[in-house]
Design a protein around this ligand. Structure first.
Ligand code: PLZ
Length: 455
């Protein structure tokens, strides 16, 4: 075979912001034209530049542009793209065997990942973990397990929640467009409570936790009947919903409300978990102990892997054969996950997430003082967002401004993502391998983009 020089990603990639073409460039536009005739229109792209290599804190496209990456593939490449331990372990496993199906012939790396999650997850007592392929599949399985263990059908979720795109998880997701429109009928036995969203709580942030907890208890006791509810499912920081950090104390009230009624608490750590917020699991910041935890995204550094970790007696309530899947816990993805835990430990990445959070909050706080359109700055660790509002009126969402600022950032070589029920949130999810220099440069580009849009 001819030796072709391949671009190498990972931390060796030059850590620079460099724009050499219009965005998207000519080669990306060619590929985009092919995408339009080969992939359905329902699959969008935030920044349609085709990727050649990525690593550290940058993404390099096929036209030679190098972007500072504040998206991490939606909170996936938390330890860095093609991080050495992830790429090394996965490559070695590819040469040993690619698949057997864990349900046919098990292999040790699956157990290693489960034992690691059991050791780390803030779930009380003896634990078990099942591995799956995606976040949505993790949530689906958590609900199956909760129903089997309690014998109850109901699931309570929150406003602004995102839990996936399959029938059940789309039904659990709050936002209609684009996630649900035209895709009904939805799965039954899903009930929705208000989220303790401090910035938008009608009576203000001070009473937010208490009033939202009251609303949840009222829904459970009066509308649904607690004896019909298997589980309450909540994100410790809402991801797609706009990095809503529940008012302090709300999550522990939710845990107490559940415990008093024999309802299970499922915490969806798919976006916020695995070192992203400065703790291995975001719910640790609130000191709660869920019955079941779902993870995915950052778990395997970009390879598809999800997990449900839970109390042993609940997890074991499902009869043999009741859980599984052909690809679930693929051996290459398992090795990648072990590489993720090695990277976190070897490089002190939880501490690094806290540092990144401090830098972002300080810089964004200054921007918020300068620009009244930044209504709120929030998040934890390397999961921070700003909520943009109109200059006039009371917290009127400004989704067009958010889209324009994002586009301007993209044109200047900074990849940012939007989020939020009103589409007016800019969210920042840098990899924990980003340098301070790039992080600060990215924040400067953002500040300039906001200034230029307001001109
Ligand atoms: N739970 C909390 O954030 C996925 C969705 C991107 P999957 N979030 C990114 C998109 O537009 O589809 C997510 C999440 C939380 C569950 C999921 C679902 O995870 O791996 O995308 O299925």
């Amino acid at each position: 075979m001819p030796v072709v020089s391949q671009p190498v990603g990972g931390p060796d990639l030059a850590q620079v912001r460099r724009i050499v073409s219009e965005i998207p460039g000519p080669r990306s536009r060619e590929l985009l034209a092919r995408q339009r005739t080969s992939v359905p229109a329902g699959v969008g792209a935030v920044l349609p530049v085709f990727v050649e290599a990525a690593g550290g804190g940058v993404i390099v496209d096929v036209d030679g542009n190098s972007f500072i990456d504040f998206g991490s593939g939606i909170a996936v490449t938390t330890v860095g793209n093609s991080a050495p331990a992830v790429a090394g372990r996965a490559a070695a496993q590819l040469r040993r065997f690619t698949h057997t199906c864990f349900l046919v012939n098990p292999y040790e790396s699956y157990l290693d990942v489960c034992e690691k999650l059991n050791e780390l997850a803030p779930v009380p007592g003896e634990k078990r973990t099942i591995l799956v392929n995606s976040g949505a599949e993790a949530v689906e399985n958590a609900v199956k397990i909760a129903r089997a263990a309690t014998g109850r059908p109901g699931i309570v979720v929150f406003d602004h929640a995102f839990h996936g795109r399959t029938l059940l998880t789309m039904s659990l997701t709050a936002k209609n467009k684009p996630y649900k429109q035209g895709f009904g009928p939805f799965a039954p036995e899903v009930h929705r409570a208000p989220m303790a969203y401090p910035y938008r709580w009608p009576t203000g942030p001070v009473r937010c936790a208490e009033e939202a907890a009251y609303a949840l208890a009222d829904l459970l006791d009066r509308q649904v009947g607690a004896e019909n509810v298997a589980a309450v499912l909540v994100e410790p920081i809402q991801g797609e919903g706009g990095f809503v950090v529940p008012a302090p104390g709300f999550l522990s009230s939710v845990a107490n409300i559940c415990r008093a009624r024999g309802i299970l608490l499922i915490v969806d750590e798919i976006q916020a978990g695995i070192a992203r917020t400065g703790r291995m699991f975001a719910c640790e910041h609130e000191g709660i102990q869920p019955d079941l935890i779902t993870t995915a995204k950052g778990l395997a550094g970009g390879l598809p892997l999800g997990a449900v970790t839970g109390r042993a007696e609940l997890m074991d309530a499902v009869a043999a054969g009741g859980l599984g899947g052909t690809f679930s816990g693929n051996p290459v993805a398992c090795e990648a996950a072990l590489g993720v835990f090695e990277e976190i430990e070897a490089h002190g990445l939880m501490e690094r997430a806290r540092e990144i959070g401090e830098t972002m909050l300080e810089h964004l706080g200054e921007l918020a003082d300068a620009y009244s359109v930044i209504g709120d700055v929030r998040g934890r660790g390397a999961m921070i967002a700003v909520e943009l509002v109109e200059p006039e009126g009371d917290r009127v969402p400004a989704p067009d401004l958010a889209a324009r600022v994002a586009r301007r950032c993209h044109a200047e070589g900074l990849l940012v993502l939007t989020a939020g029920s009103y589409g007016n949130v800019l969210r920042f999810l840098p990899a924990l391998s980003i340098s301070d220099a790039l992080l600060k440069e990215g924040l400067t580009v953002l500040g300039e983009a906001i200034a230029q849009e307001l001109d």
